[in-house]
Design a protein around this ligand. Structure first.
Ligand code: ACO
Length: 160
């Protein structure tokens, strides 16, 4: 088990010209095609401990609701999960979104993502919408998690 000193955690925006950490992004979203659609119109933030990238999140403004921003992707490196980094990333995303003038932050996850749904609600997100069959209609391969196939997308939001 990797020991984690959260006081060493630094979160920063990806520099221009710097490559986003694709293997980490793929942990949260199994479709490279989908990731490549939102990356060019998003801001990427990376979490590092002693210069090692241990986490990432991606923020994209919501076209239909100018006051809202969405966390499109959030991931913590395997071996560093379950130690509080994900919670810190979510808090950082909320703080930055508020500083940027957004009044609402949203996040979506699969109906099979039990731990993620628990975590998001723990930091103040509330379930707002269920998009039926989203993963069946938008992903070429079945998305499997916790021994079940993801079907619906659950959208949660938090007022800032
Ligand atoms: N089992 C059950 N609950 C857990 C677990 C676990 N393995 N790990 C964390 N939790 C819960 C706990 O309730 C914990 O709260 P606590 O303070 O009561 O212990 C809470 O979640 C916070 O956990 P963190 O340690 O902050 O979470 P972590 O650093 O693991 O980050 C994340 C969470 C980002 C979901 C990470 O596990 C991950 O990268 N998973 C794979 C990728 C993924 O699923 N990303 C999200 C997809 S949705 C999207 O991207 C929009």
């Amino acid at each position: 088990m990797t020991e984690v000193d959260l006081s060493l955690l630094q979160i920063r925006r990806l520099h221009s010209g710097e490559l986003p950490p694709l293997p980490l992004l793929l942990l949260a979203d199994p479709s490279l095609e989908v990731i490549q659609q939102y990356l060019p119109v998003s801001d990427v933030y990376m979490a590092e401990i002693s210069n090692e990238v241990v986490g990432v999140y991606v923020l994209m403004s919501v076209r239909s609701t100018p006051a809202a921003i969405e966390i499109k992707n959030i991931a913590v490196k395997e071996g560093f999960q379950g130690k509080g980094i994900g919670k810190r990333l979510l808090e950082d995303a909320c703080n930055r979104a508020k500083e940027q003038g957004f009044s609402k932050i949203v996040i979506g996850t699969a109906d099979t993502s039990v731990m993620q749904l628990h975590l998001y609600q723990k930091v103040g997100f509330v379930v707002k919408e269920r998009l039926k069959n989203f993963f069946i209609d938008n992903y070429k391969e079945p998305v499997l998690e916790n021994g079940r196939q993801a079907k619906d997308l659950i959208m949660l939001e938090k007022r800032l």
